[in-house]
Ligand binder design. Structure first.
Ligand code: NI
Ligand code: MN
Length: 226
């Protein structure tokens, strides 16, 4: 699987036969909008972890142009169904076999409301299993004991964790999270987009390194393969 960082919490995940976009927030992110053109994205699926605008801003624009299936919790899926988009509703603990592999919607500790204040269900993360590899996308979350459930069934190859602090866990808690999920390869996200979540990159990498973990921080538009 090829994982491309599109800025903030936006990711593009490509398997052999499927393109999956996660939490598209590009047109409203001045760090990303000059580098990524949302018209170029033609994902088969858009995964949405929760309803906050910094995760959903470009969902409609991208999905309506490409016939994309929006996959999220029941409330978010219902919201987009009402806007005539194709959707697949899930809820916490649920798995579904898609053409790219298995997807599980897992717990996160956060909130989830749309920009107008309407309820966006309870927030979550995803575990994607495809081509024999397993990726955990934590979504916006605090450190939570529920993370310990993931390695009981799944040996992760990569975990994508928020590290920006203030709205989510910060670096120190993310290091503990990496232990909880039993994963040594971490891709950091949800940092540097705006003032509240700016981080010291070198310090973050050092703290993971001291814990025996590798923290990857990708430039916007850069990719890694697992
Ligand atoms: Ni959020
Ligand atoms: Mn967020």
């Amino acid at each position: 699987m090829k994982i491309t960082f599109l800025g903030h919490a936006s990711l593009l995940i490509e398997t052999e036969n499927t393109t999956i976009l996660v939490d598209p927030f590009i047109s409203g992110n001045e760090k990303a909008s000059g580098k990524i053109n949302i018209q170029d994205l033609n994902p088969d699926y858009i995964l949405v972890t929760h309803a906050h605008q910094d995760h959903t801003l470009d969902v409609e624009e991208i999905a309506k142009n490409s016939g994309t299936v929006v996959v999220s919790n029941y409330e978010i899926a219902t919201h987009y169904q009402g806007k005539e988009l194709k959707t697949h509703p899930m809820n916490h603990g649920g798995n579904w076999k898609f053409n790219f592999g298995n997807l599980k919607y897992v717990n996160a500790i956060h909130t989830s409301s749309f920009a107008d204040g309407t309820y966006g269900g309870e927030p979550g993360g995803f575990v994607i299993s495809s081509e024999g590899k397993h990726i955990y996308i934590a979504g916006d979350t605090a450190l939570t004991m529920d993370m310990k459930l993931i390695p009981m069934t799944t040996k992760l190859n990569l975990a994508i964790l928020p590290i920006g602090d203030n709205f989510t866990m910060g670096i120190d808690d993310a290091v503990v999270a990496a232990d909880f999920i039993d994963c040594n390869a971490i891709l950091g996200y949800h940092y540097d987009t705006f003032g509240y979540i700016e981080i010291d990159h070198d310090l973050a990498i050092k703290k993971f390194d001291e814990a025996g973990k590798k923290l990857h921080l990708l430039e916007i538009g850069a990719s890694m393969t697992i």
